[in-house]
Write a protein that binds this ligand. Sequence first.
Ligand code: ZN
Length: 251
Amino acid sequence: MNDDQLLRYSRHILLDELGVEGQQRLMASHALVIGAGGLGSPVALYLGTAGVGTITIVDHDTVDLTNLQRQIAHDLSRIGQPKAASAAQSIAAINPEVHVIALQQRADAERLDRLVAAADVVLDCSDNFTTRHAVNAACVAHAKPLVSGAAVTFDAQISVYDVRSAGAPCYACIFPPDAAFEEVRCATMGVFAPLVGIIGAMQAAEALKLLAGIGSSLAGRLQMLDARTMEWSEIRLARQPSCPVCAGRPT
Ligand SMILES: [Zn+2]
């Protein structure tokens, strides 16, 4: 690490749990971020400020005025531009050392298979079950940890799905792909602006912990927040032997 890096990351290096070695692990890591919206914005910014070496951001959409209430990686000047490139620009303005790969593409199964294989951690910041299941399937196939967040109205949840962890479930163990879940979207239901910041910041924290090897992750625990009362609840999750995605994996 050079002098500028020692200064830039000094408040991380001061942490006993992280230190120079932990920071170097972050700088050598590759994070894959699916979605550059409400959750993906704080995720991208915190991974960037924290110095994750390579960040790949995938989002097919462009910036719209309705996004700016909560999607803090974008601004007025970027309306109409691809969200992935806009988030990359915001990271570069803070920390040009980070290598950001901005992909204006849909996260389909074939593309995800390739992208997940190259990543050390995957952050699902998407807004629909189809993408969530495709991301999960690729993470199970390549045994990569998946940090999953969701937020709509005043309700949010976060967990880590990590099949490397004994007995820990994948996303499909908890939300079976064939089950009919009601798709609730921010575009129709609305979302409280800071809620995506709270959950996105937690996703970034879990990803940084996984990359640096700090503490224990949310694997096997689903945390849910009701922002109306700011009350958290947690349920413990176990791998489902009948899961069509992760069954047969050694525990
Ligand atoms: Zn499963």
